[in-house]
Design a protein around this ligand. Structure first.
Ligand code: MG
Length: 277
């Protein structure tokens, strides 16, 4: 893990994490330093009902500290019940201020993107949020959709018609982000609200993953039954493809609430997962 701090709660085989509403989640997560970098500056959070990937920048111990501060701040919020849009936005703001206050090192900052389950008016919704150029993808009906919009120079050049998506993939300034936690006191996160649909799969990842792998390969690896296998295979494939950057994947599967209901109902309370395993 390259000295980087990773908040993680792995799901044990067969265990399901109920969200506070209709849907449940099964997840897997993995990270790798890659083949070029000396430190893993990515951090991730897999603490239902909140998931996130953060890609730190700044070097000299600053990038991994920034991404760790971001996910730690979110982890504190993940224990609040129920999560709201306001709570997640407040956590992002708090993380931004925490990084700014520690930001003696030049350019210390981090991207952050993630997924939160919101129990709103009895119907489950997912909140996807983003600052920077890590991404959330959704796989549904055999298609891979990028939910987030990168905050990057190349994204703006593409939208302005100055670059094609293909050119953007190899552009020398493709790593320049236009928004990050730790760069300004006024944070401008994007967020989207989506219905939680059983069967949908989400991939949260850093650029070290999607810069190495074509969409069709991401889609096929993401389809593995076990989300932990999917996350491990995705990270390994990006490493094999070059590993030019740190690589992180968090895979979240929305499950039907009625699956394994009997199991959960018959588990003695003292053997229920505490969330601190
Ligand atoms: Mg990166």
């Amino acid at each position: 893990m390259g000295g980087s701090f990773h908040v993680i709660r792995r799901s044990l085989p067969g265990r399901r994490f109920p969200a506070r509403g209709m849907s449940r989640f099964c997840h897997g997560a993995d990270t790798a330093i890659g083949r070029v970098r000396l430190v893993n500056e990515d951090s991730y959070l897999a603490l239902p009902p909140l998931y996130a990937v953060a890609d730190g920048m700044g070097g000299h111990g600053a990038g991994d500290l920034a991404s760790a501060l971001a996910v730690e701040t979110l982890a504190a919020r993940a224990r609040l019940c129920p999560l709201s849009v306001e709570a997640v936005l407040a956590a992002l703001d708090e993380a931004n201020r925490a990084i700014l206050s520690r930001g003696e090192a030049d350019g210390m900052g981090t991207t952050i993107t993630g997924l939160a389950s919101l129990a709103t008016a009895g119907e489950d919704h997912l909140m996807v949020f983003n600052v920077g150029d890590s991404r959330v993808y959704r796989a549904v009906g055999g298609r891979l959709d990028q939910v987030t919009v990168d905050h990057s120079e190349v994204q703006e050049l593409v939208l302005a018609g100055a670059l094609t998506w293909e050119q953007a993939r190899t552009h020398p300034r493709r790593n320049i982000v236009t928004r990050a936690l730790g760069s300004a006191s006024a944070l401008r996160p994007d967020h989207w609200l989506l219905p939680a649909v059983a069967g949908d799969r989400y991939l949260l990842c850093s650029d070290g993953l999607f810069n190495e792998l074509p969409d069709d390969l991401i889609l096929s690896l993401l389809a593995a039954d076990d989300p932990q296998q999917a996350a491990t295979a995705l990270v390994a494939a990006a490493d094999d493809a070059g590993g030019h950057d740190n690589i992180t994947a968090v895979v979240v599967v929305i499950e039907d609430d009625h699956e394994e209901q009997v199991d959960d109902d018959t588990t003695p309370r003292d053997r229920l997962p505490s969330g601190d395993d």
